[in-house]
Design a protein around this ligand. Structure first.
Ligand SMILES: [Zn+2]
Length: 253
């Protein structure tokens, strides 16, 4: 018991996570792994707000929030860490403030900047898992490439209209990366502003992204690799399609 107390600082933290700690084969070991992990979330919109909320509440040790955007009134219906008082404020600071209240034990870093900047590579290198909550294919391709450089597991999520998508890329030699399947998304402009979105769709996918990230951090459950989840909220259907590695992929080969 003494070792658990060293990493999970005090009795208050053990009580905070007790229902997770009770999970069979998860136990203190799983909780300690979450506590010693670093996760970066790219994009603090609808997906990112939900993913950040759950992974921080679950006991993550350190989170890095990356976004250069500011909060707008039209974001508030689905970007649940931002509030009226945050309009025109940087999303990363708005999200960080709420997250610090949700779990004061998590170290929160903010990067109020675009991905192109030189320092991003060093930030990515330090992470245990990256969660891609961005909203355009160019950024997603950049994130995928940066993760491939350091072989950092990547949890991909996307949401539009009444649909959601999810996959995990773990850089094992036979598994595909986002680049291998990006053609599936060429016809979709993810940007909610263009095509509309039902607010809870981002909540469903964002929460699932945080769960897949927790599973990667703790090696708990089955990793959702080489598959794409397609969530049809209109008919309440979850479908999975098998995705293969593209042998001509310029990123993962
Ligand atoms: Zn690839």
């Amino acid at each position: 018991m003494r070792n658990e107390f060293k990493i999970i600082k005090n009795k208050e933290e053990i009580l905070r996570y007790i229902e997770q700690i009770k999970l069979d084969r998860f136990n203190f070991e799983g909780q300690k792994k979450i506590k010693s992990s670093k996760v970066a979330i790219i994009g603090l919109g609808g997906l990112g707000c939900t993913a950040a909320l759950y992974i921080v509440a679950s006991g993550l040790g350190e989170i890095t929030l990356i976004d250069y955007d500011t909060v707008m009134l039209s974001n508030l219906s689905r970007q649940i860490l931002h509030h009226d008082i945050d309009i025109n404020r940087s999303k990363v600071y708005s999200a960080a403030e709420d997250l610090s209240k949700i779990n004061p034990h998590c170290i929160i870093n903010v990067v109020n900047d675009k991905l192109e900047k030189d320092n991003i590579l060093e930030i990515i290198r330090r992470q245990t898992v990256i969660i891609d909550c961005s909203d355009n294919i160019t950024t997603r391709e950049q994130i995928n490439y940066l993760c491939s450089v350091f072989k950092i597991p990547l949890v991909f999520g996307a949401a539009i209209r009444m649909e959601g998508y999810l996959s995990t890329f773990n850089w094992l030699p036979d598994n595909p990366c986002f680049r291998c399947i990006s053609r599936f998304f060429n016809h979709i402009d993810y940007n909610c502003i263009g095509q509309g979105i039902m607010s809870p769709i981002v909540g469903v996918i964002g929460a699932m992204q945080s769960l897949e990230a927790l599973k990667l951090l703790t090696n708990y459950g089955n990793q959702f690799t080489s598959s794409l989840l397609i969530y049809d909220g209109f008919n309440l259907e979850f479908n999975q399609i098998k995705i293969n590695k593209d042998n001509n992929c310029t990123v993962c080969n």
